[in-house]
Design a protein around this ligand. Structure first.
Ligand SMILES: [Zn+2]
Length: 78
């Protein structure tokens, strides 16, 4: 069953710790990570700390990525 499996994975992570991999590079200093085992997600914040990737952070990162791309495009032209 899907639910019990994810509960098991979460329990496993709480014992051995999460194994994060980069899931998305938002800007040069903001990165999103996903745990290979339990699929939980983290993000680096503008202060450089790691935080749980909530839907709010996802929205913020989406905006940041957009602004970052836009600024980079402008810099390339200039
Ligand atoms: Zn995990």
């Amino acid at each position: 069953m899907k639910t019990s499996k994810s509960t098991f994975r979460k329990a496993l992570c709480s014992v051995i710790g999460c194994r994060y991999e980069v899931s998305k590079k938002v800007t040069s200093h903001i990165t999103e990570y996903r745990c290979k085992t339990c699929k939980c997600e983290l993000t680096t914040t503008e202060t450089g700390h790691l935080d749980i990737l909530t839907p709010e952070w996802k929205e913020i990162n989406k905006t940041l990525a957009y602004l970052y791309e836009k600024r980079r495009a402008l810099q390339t032209v200039a």
